[in-house]
Design a protein around this ligand. Structure first.
Ligand SMILES: Cc1cc2nc3c(=O)[nH]c(=O)nc-3n(C[C@H](O)[C@H](O)[C@H](O)COP(=O)(O)OP(=O)(O)OC[C@H]3O[C@@H](n4cnc5c(N)ncnc54)[C@H](O)[C@@H]3O)c2cc1C
Ligand code: SF4
Length: 449
């Protein structure tokens, strides 16, 4: 390690770490849920329904809570979104359902939106822990489907198909199912092994087997899957990290943010996870916010996010940007990465050109440079889809090309979630998986043999 580079574990004691990585939102109790449910205006043609990518009947489930029918509320949610429990915790509600709530727009009275996410959590928690799965499976059809990728898209698709009586095998490249719910979402949004508990709930319907450590392109080929199964769903996510092409990107201490987050999510004891004293994060999306806040909460002294454009152009929502600042993260704008400096092979500073926006939105260097001393640099400049090498479906703009309901260029193959175009959100992946399952069910019903 270079002289002065300070990367170590155990900046904070166990109790402080436990507090820092505990549930970021306090769940509602019965009294709180009733108060919040009764704040809903139960609008006719409610805008929150259209703003939810899975189209949950929000006023319907809130009315059910208000009248004491919590199981009914959960069924309304789970009918549209079987991962309603994790969506309640991770959805950026401020730009989805709650952003559309008429109360959030009533600034004259200093009003605020109904806490739809917290109410959804209140209802789904009530059912997710029940011993019996709330949906019944249709009689077995004898049809089999391979779902590749056990993230939100694959799991939603698997549940939809199993519910119609088809047998589903989910093949997952990693050691555990869950996709980014298990390996990517910030630890304080889905604490306490929630991802695995929700998977137990989903698979309790029956007819779903999950085979971990089985990757398409490694142990499996699409050609073989198409021969062995009646249909295939690809929910592969985006496993490639975009490169940061600057000198010094190969220095020790420079890492992809998603890799570090995955290690953090899988750490048995956060007190043993090394982190730098001074961190620079390059990027402007939610991944940048997540790595910055989590390293700060691990005990890093100084964390700076550097983004090449202004606050309005950041992929992270204003709410997430505020969350970073509240957590002591510094956010700097108009900085283009120039190079990473190092000593004895380890990064010691990130150097940026100061930029300004020119005509037509292009960025121009102002001639100034900023060097930020650091012990670690996290690259959070975006994910990319890694195309299949073996007879995969058509690709458009770097992702799997799909028609309505996820149909690919191959007649028996569907796809959804982050590996297809659209919003890269958990709730959108669930909707893609749900719609694909409906289309695949029709296809399976019409198969001749
Ligand atoms: C750091 C980070 C934080 C995020 N935070 C939020 C958030 O707070 N809220 C939100 O709504 N969204 C968030 N997102 C986005 C959200 O997690 C994704 O949109 C969502 O997980 C997409 O689901 P998916 O099923 O398409 O893909 P994934 O969740 O990526 O799952 C894909 C699965 O396929 C597996 N797989 C890949 N290739 C193969 C193969 N060849 N063979 C077999 N299996 C394979 C992968 O291992 C993985 O398990 C975040 C994303 C990141 C990176
Ligand atoms: S799934 Fe997400 S967007 Fe839809 S109602 Fe629930 S919290 Fe809102």
């Amino acid at each position: 390690m270079a002289d002065g580079v300070d990367i170590r574990a155990g900046w904070l004691n166990g109790a402080t770490l436990a507090e820092n990585f505990a549930d970021v939102h306090r769940p509602l109790d019965l009294a709180g849920a009733l108060v919040e449910a009764n704040r809903c205006y139960f609008c006719y043609d409610a805008p929150c329904i259209a703003a939810c990518p899975t189209g949950i009947d929000v006023p319907g489930f809130i009315r059910a809570i208000a009248t004491g029918n919590v199981t009914g509320a959960a069924m309304t949610i789970l009918t549209e979104n079987i991962l309603g429990g994790s969506c309640a915790r991770v959805c950026p509600t401020e730009i989805l359902c709650q952003g559309a709530c008429v109360r959030s727009n009533d600034n004259s009275r200093g009003d605020r939106s109904v806490e739809i996410g917290l109410l959804q959590r209140y209802a789904t928690d009530h059912v997710n822990t029940a011993t019996r799965h709330p949906f019944a499976r249709a009689p077995a059809t004898g049809r089999t489907v391979a779902v590749v990728g056990a993230g939100p898209a694959g799991l939603a698709c698997a549940h939809g198909l199993a519910r119609q009586g088809h047998d589903v095998i989910v093949f997952e490249a990693r050691g555990k199912p869950g996709g980014l719910n298990e390996y990517g979402i910030a630890a304080y949004k889905l604490p306490d092994d929630f991802a695995q508990e929700e998977i137990s709930f989903i698979t309790a319907i029956g007819g779903i087997e999950i085979h971990p450590d089985r990757a398409l392109g490694r142990e499996l080929s699409l050609t073989q899957l198409r021969m062995d199964f009646d249909a295939v769903f690809l929910g592969l996510g985006q496993d490639g990290a975009r490169a940061l092409e600057v000198p010094g990107a190969g220095l020790a201490g420079v890492q992809n943010a998603v890799d570090y987050i995955a290690a953090l999510r899988q750490a048995d004891d956060l007190a043993n996870l090394p982190v730098g004293r001074r961190i620079v994060v390059i990027g402007g999306g939610n991944t940048a916010i997540d790595i910055a806040v989590q390293t700060k909460r691990l005990g890093a002294e100084d964390v700076t996010i550097c983004y090449r454009r202004g606050p309005a152009q950041m992929g992270a929502t204003p709410h997430e940007q505020d969350f970073a600042r509240i957590n002591g993260v510094r956010v700097k704008h108009w900085l283009r990465p120039l190079r990473l400096d190092g000593l004895d092979g380890a990064v010691t500073a990130a150097v940026f050109a100061t930029v300004a926006q020119g005509d037509g939105g292009s960025l121009m260097d102002t001639g100034d440079e900023q060097s930020i001393p650091c012990d670690m640099v996290f690259k959070a400049v975006g994910q990319s889809f890694v195309p299949l090498s073996d007879g995969g479906p058509d690709i458009a703009a770097g992702r799997i090309a799909v028609g309505p309901n996820g149909q690919t260029s191959l007649p028996d193959v569907w796809a959804g979630g982050d590996c297809v175009a659209g919003d890269d959100l958990t709730v959108q992946a669930v909707q893609d998986g749900k719609l694909a399952a409906r289309a695949m069910d029709l296809f399976l019903q019409n198969l001749e043999t």
